[in-house]
Design a protein around this ligand. Structure first.
Ligand SMILES: Nc1ncnc2c1ncn2[C@@H]1O[C@H](COP(=O)(O)OP(=O)(O)OP(=O)(O)O)[C@@H](O)[C@H]1O
Ligand SMILES: [Mg+2]
Length: 568
């Protein structure tokens, strides 16, 4: 009895076998730990009850086994096994074991933590991070190797942080619980930028971490200067690129369904396949520049530069150096390093000579030489540069007449006029007005950042009736103006158009049916209405513009019931 009570009250599980490996003792702990009932164990052969049990081995070898670990049912056991011997004969064996699963888990975790700490240390040291960790009393818990070496204390752990790091604020962060970033900290001669963070759990501060973000501010100074230089370079290249060095439009931007515009488009598209010079003529605002861009961006030269020069906008005496550049010291006031001319900038690309009709005769001669020889010699230089440039020239002047009159060189004219694009005016292709207007509306919408639904049928009638001396450019201006006048309205209506457009249309009221008197009254009403709208209902201004007295205007306003257009 007493023996049994002792067996059942030990902390270890005990299993005993006799010389035939039959189980003779199987205490209560063994029942509990192994999950095997006493009745199913006692008197049975050990191998039937516990698989691969080490007791059998001990019986065979006669050697005790101490402190072994084995796993059963997902649990870990620490076991001691002893053979029972008498006079050298093995009479049986006994095994004591206990559940160490919790310890095993803990030790696994410790192992993991150790690996983790190892990784952090390796990271800090490899990247030479300067970092320090303190506990709630501001005592150093950890410091990276690089920081220790810089401070000159290889064993700072356990010391107060202020005894180790000059000008530290870690103790302050521990008190405030607020992180600090970008603080300049001086250690010796070194000015550094530091960052400090409190370590908190459940709102309680249990330590702080400090890191040197920038070890030497002069490094920052250096980086800053370098950044400045790079920024300036980017700015320079951007502005150089911005100088029309790339083509902005393609054929998709040229709207129109008329036969006239499509004929020109076809010729232009054919010209993209060759290197021939192109001469574009047409009234102001007909899209000459648009075509020049489109030809370049559809040609094999599209990756090369597109360089535009407006021959009318540059003073004659500067034109030569703009076009051909000059060498350093070419003349007094010449820029150091010289200047690359537009022709050289356009090498392997396209040069667009806008307003060529305004080029002085002297320059025409030089241009002719460059086009013929395909090489340039810069002003004041003796270097010859070979050129591979396609020339597209444009003018709104009657160039043939200029040739006749001798103001434009005939030989240059023939050199330029290899492919000829004659752009039709808008009034020659009224069927395009709607589509161009809608196109321009989209363009202006994006530019102004506004939204508009469309153009009313009546407004469109006015656009078609007008004779467009300024062509597409004028149309663009009128659309932009209308968009600016829209208020809650999302539709462009006639009242958003300028007086001159409506007045002209009123004049071309096109033989309607009806009495002349009625027609005139209609026109008069329309004109007074528009004038009032245009001048925000100001009676005095409207009367002055229409050249009638205020009383006369007022009488007409009453007759046509236009009071609502008067200033409130
Ligand atoms: N067919 C078209 N479709 C859409 N927009 C057009 C069309 N033609 C011209 N435009 C627009 O009209 C404006 C004037 O065009 P561009 O500058 O090419 O005319 P231009 O013939 O060079 O005029 P100028 O002789 O006055 O310099 C531009 O904003 C252009 O986008
Ligand atoms: Mg132009």
């Amino acid at each position: 009895m007493i023996f049994n009570a002792v067996l059942d009250n030990t902390t270890d599980a005990i299993v005993c076998v006799d010389r035939h490996k039959k189980i003779t003792i199987f205490n209560e702990k063994a029942v509990k730990l192994l999950g095997i009932e006493w009745e199913e164990a006692i008197g049975k052969n050990l191998s039937e009850v516990i698989k691969n049990c080490g007791i059998c081995r001990v019986m065979e070898t006669g050697e005790k086994e101490i402190g072994e670990l084995f796993e059963e049912n997902g649990k870990f056991f620490r076991v001691n096994r002893y053979p029972v011997k008498e006079a050298g004969e093995i009479l049986g064996a006994v095994s004591f074991f206990r559940d160490v699963t919790d310890f095993k888990i803990m030790s696994n975790k410790l192992e993991e933590d150790e690996i983790y700490i190892n990784i952090v240390n390796t990271l800090l040291n490899t990247f030479n991070e300067w970092m320090v960790v303190v506990d709630e009393d501001a005592k150093i818990v950890m410091m990276s190797k690089g920081y220790k070496e810089f401070i000159g204390d290889l064993n700072p752990e356990g010391k107060y942080v202020w005894d180790v790091i000059e000008n530290t604020r870690m103790d302050i962060v521990l008190k405030t619980g607020e992180k600090e970033f970008g603080d300049i900290q001086q250690i010796g001669d070194n000015k550094m930028i530091a960052m400090r963070m409190p370590l908190k759990k459940d709102g309680k501060i249990y330590g702080a971490i400090g890191k040197v973000v920038l070890k030497d501010i002069s490094e920052l100074d250096f980086l800053n200067k370098k950044l400045n230089v790079l920024e300036k370079e980017v700015e320079y290249y951007k502005s150089e690129l911005g100088k029309e060095r790339t083509a902005k439009y393609s054929f998709d931007n040229i709207a129109g369904i008329s036969r006239k515009i499509n004929d020109v488009k076809r010729i232009a598209q054919r010209a993209t396949k060759t290197n021939s010079n192109v001469l574009i003529t047409g009234e102001s605002g007909t899209g000459k520049e648009l075509f020049a861009h489109a030809i370049h961006s559809d040609s094999d030269r599209r990756l090369g530069p597109f360089v535009k020069i407006n021959c009318a906008a540059i003073p004659a005496e500067l034109l030569e150096s703009e076009l051909f550049g000059y060498e350093e010291g070419a003349f007094t006031g010449a820029r150091k390093g010289g200047k690359r001319g537009k022709f050289l900038l356009a090498d392997k690309g396209t040069i667009f000579l806008d307003e060529i009709g305004d080029m002085p005769l002297k320059m025409q001669a030089k241009l002719l030489r460059v086009i013929q020889e395909k090489e340039i010699e810069s002003v004041g230089g003796n270097k010859i540069h070979e050129l591979d440039v396609r020339v597209i020239a444009a003018t709104n002047r009657d160039i043939e007449k200029m040739v006749d009159e001798g103001t434009f060189r005939e030989d240059l004219y023939y050199r330029l006029n290899v492919v000829r694009l004659r752009l039709p005016s808008l009034r020659e292709r009224k069927e395009d007005i709607e589509i161009i207007a809608k196109n321009l509306m989209k363009k202006v919408e994006t530019r102004l950042g506004v939204h508009v639904e469309g153009i009313s049928a009546e407004a469109l009638k006015h656009l078609v009736a007008y004779d467009w001396p300024g062509n597409a450019r004028e149309l663009e201006n009128i659309i932009e103006r209308a968009l600016n006048m829209l208020e809650s309205d999302l539709l462009i209506r006639p009242e958003h158009f300028p007086q001159k457009l409506l007045a002209q249309n009123a004049r071309t009221y096109a033989c309607p049916d009806g009495q002349l008197k009625e027609i005139l009254a209609d026109i008069e009403k329309e004109i007074i209405k528009k004038t009032l709208i245009e001048h925000e209902g100001n009676k005095n201004k409207a009367a002055r513009i229409l050249g009638i007295s205020r009383t006369c205007l007022y009488a007409k306003i009453e007759r046509y019931r236009l009071e609502r257009y008067l200033q409130q």
